[in-house]
Design a protein around this ligand. Structure first.
Ligand code: AMP
Ligand code: ZN
Length: 432
C-alpha cells in the first residue's frame, strides 16, 4: 500500500499529473488574501500553465512574504476549516504559521508513511519518536506517519536519555526518529549507561531536521549500530516527508506527485544546470488549505543525475549543504558550515559536538571553531593536543582556504540543545 504507483510513474505521466495539480493549486491559492493580490498584480491564472516548466512564470514566495501575512493571509479557506497549526523554528522575528485541514493532515501522514516504507519500515516496527513535539513538525508529523504505516508509535519526545533507553528496551523499539546532533550525544550516553548499542533492538534511525554531513551519518551508524536515513522537510511544505532517502542511501527522493522541486541560482532566480548546486524552491501540489507556490527554502542542494537503483522514478536531491543564510564570508571566501563539519567529523579524536563562532580580532572577522575531543584523547600531554590542533587547522585550511582558530575542548563541554543544534554563533558584537 505504501509503495504506490506514483513512485514508479513514467516521467511524462508524472509531469501531466503535476501540471493538473499545479493548475488546481493556483485556483486554490487564488482564494487566499495574499495570492489573490499577487495574481492580480502579475496577471496570473491557471491558464498560463501548459507544461511543468511554465511554473517559472509564477513569482517566488519568500519567508518574508509569509511573515508579512502572519497569521492568516495565506489561508484559502475560512479558519474554521482547519484542525491543526504548526510553526517553523525560526528563532528571530515573527514566526511563520502553517495551517492544516483534516485532508491536509491525511495527505501528510500518507507521505510520511511512504517515506518510512522507503527505508524499510513495516507495520511490525515499533517507532520511538525522540524529537520534540509541540509546534515543531518533527513531533506530530512523524508520529502520525508512523501510525498510518501501522507501527506501534511511542511519543517519547526529546531529552531524558535514561527513560529513552528504558522505553527502547522494554518495548523492543526497532526504529528511532532522532535529530542528528542529539543522536551523537545519545550514542555516547548509551555507552556511558553501560549498554552495548549492538545489543539494542533498534535497526533504523530516521535523522533529519538539520544539516549534517555523510561523515556524521556514518558516525551515528557506527556508534549506534544502526542504519541511518536522511529525512528532509520544512514546516512550510507540511514538515518531514518532503524528500527522503530510500534503502540505497544515495540521495533523497522528492515526492514529486505532491511537490514540484526546482533548484535556482539564488542571485538570478534562474534554474541552475542539472546537477549544479543552488537554492531549493518548492511548490505544494496536494495541499488544499494553505497552498504555497515557489517557496524559496534557502536550503542549498542539487539534483542527483540519473535514476535510483531502488526503482523509484522520482528525482533525488543531495543532502542539504547548508542554508544560504548560514554562509560565512571570510576574507572574501564563501564558507559553509557543512564544509567545516565534513573535516572535523572525519578526525578520529573528535567527539560529538562542535560550534563555529564568528569573532572579531581587532577589526578583522575571524572564525573560531570549538571542537570537543573524546575523553581518552583529552588526557594526552600538551604536545599531542597541540599537534592535533595544528592538524585540524591545516585540514580546515585546505578545505575552506582560510585558517580558522581551533580550540580543543573537553567532552560534553559545549552546551547541548534538545532541538536543532545551533552550529554558528555570532559573537562579533559581544565583549571578548
Ligand atoms: P522547520 O520548518 O522549522 O522544521 O525547519 C526546516 C528547515 O530545517 C529546512 O528548511 C532545513 O534548513 C532544515 N532541515 C530539515 N531537514 C533537513 C535535513 N534532512 N538536512 C538538512 N537540513 C534539514
Ligand atoms: Zn531510491
Amino acid at each position: 500500500m505504501y509503495f504506490h504507483d506514483a513512485e514508479t510513474i513514467e516521467r511524462t505521466e508524472l509531469e501531466k499529473l503535476q501540471v493538473e495539480r499545479l493548475k488546481n493549486t493556483i485556483g486554490l491559492a487564488a482564494k487566499s488574501p495574499y495570492y489573490s493580490e499577487v495574481f492580480k498584480q502579475n496577471d496570473i491564472s491557471a491558464d498560463i500553465i501548459k507544461t511543468v516548466d511554465d511554473i517559472q512564470k509564477l513569482p517566488f514566495t519568500t519567508k518574508d512574504d509569509l511573515r508579512s501575512q502572519y497569521p492568516h493571509g495565506l489561508l484559502s479557506r475560512p479558519v474554521d476549516d482547519f484542525v491543526r497549526l504548526h510553526a517553523s523554528s525560526g528563532t528571530t522575528g515573527t514566526p511563520t504559521a502553517v495551517f492544516y485541514t483534516q485532508k491536509d493532515l491525511d495527505t501528510w501522514a500518507d507521505l510520511m508513511a511512504r517515506s518510512m516504507y522507503a527505508v524499510g519500515m513495516r507495520k511490525s516496527d515499533v517507532l520511538q519518536n525522540m524529537s520534540g513535539y509541540g509546534l515543531f513538525t518533527g513531533g506530530l508529523g512523524i508520529h502520525y506517519g508512523s501510525e498510518r504505516l501501522g507501527c506501534l508509535t511511542i511519543p517519547a519526545g526529546a531529552g531524558n536519555t535514561k527513560r529513552q533507553i528504558k522505553l527502547i528496551r522494554d518495548f523492543n523499539v526497532t526504529a528511532l526518529h532522532i535529530i542528528p546532533s542529539f543522536a551523537l550525544y545519545f550514542a555516547a550516553k548509551v555507552r556511558e549507561e553501560g549498554f552495548d548499542p549492538a545489543d539494542m533492538p533498534w535497526k533504523i534511525a530516521l535523522i533529519g531536521a538539520e544539516p549534517h554531513t555523510d561523515h556524521t551519518r556514518r558516525k551515528i551508524e557506527e556508534m549506534l549500530c544502526i542504519k541511518a536515513y536522511n529525512s528532509y522537510g520544512l514546516s512550510e511544505m507540511n514538515g518531514p516527508g518532503v524528500a527522503f532517502e530510500c534503502t540505497e542511501q544515495d540521495g533523497m527522493h522528492v515526492w514529486e506527485d505532491a511537490y514540484i522541486a526546482e533548484i535556482i541560482n539564488p542571485e538570478t532566480g534562474e534554474h541552475v544546470k542539472e546537477g549544479e548546486i543552488g537554492e531549493l524552491v518548492m511548490t505544494t501540489l496536494t495541499r488544499e488549505g494553505m497552498p504555497i507556490i515557489r517557496y524559496r527554502t534557502r536550503d542549498l542542494t542539487r539534483f542527483i543525475p540519473g535514476q535510483c537503483k531502488c526503482g523509484r522514478t522520482s528525482r533525488r536531491i543531495d543532502r542539504i549543504m547548508g542554508r544560504a543564510d548560514d554562509m560565512l564570508i571570510l576574507k572574501g571566501v564563501n564558507i559553509y558550515p557543512m564544509q567545516i563539519e565534513k573535516i572535523i567529523m572525519g578526525i578520529p579524536e573528535v567527539g560529538q559536538n562542535y560550534v563555529i563562532e564568528l569573532i572579531k580580532e581587532g577589526f578583522i572577522d575571524q572564525i573560531r571553531i570549538k571542537v570537543e575531543i573524546k575523553e581518552e584523547f583529552f588526557v594526552e600531554d600538551m604536545r599531542v593536543l597541540q599537534g592535533l590542533q595544528k592538524l585540524i587547522s591545516a585540514k580546515l585550511r585546505d578545505e575552506i582556504l582560510v585558517t580558522p582558530r581551533v580550540e580543543l575542548v573537553q567532552h560534553n563541554s559545549i552546551p547541548k540543545t534538545e532541538g536543532k543544534a545551533q552550529r554558528v554563533v555570532d559573537l562579533r558584537g559581544a565583549e571578548e
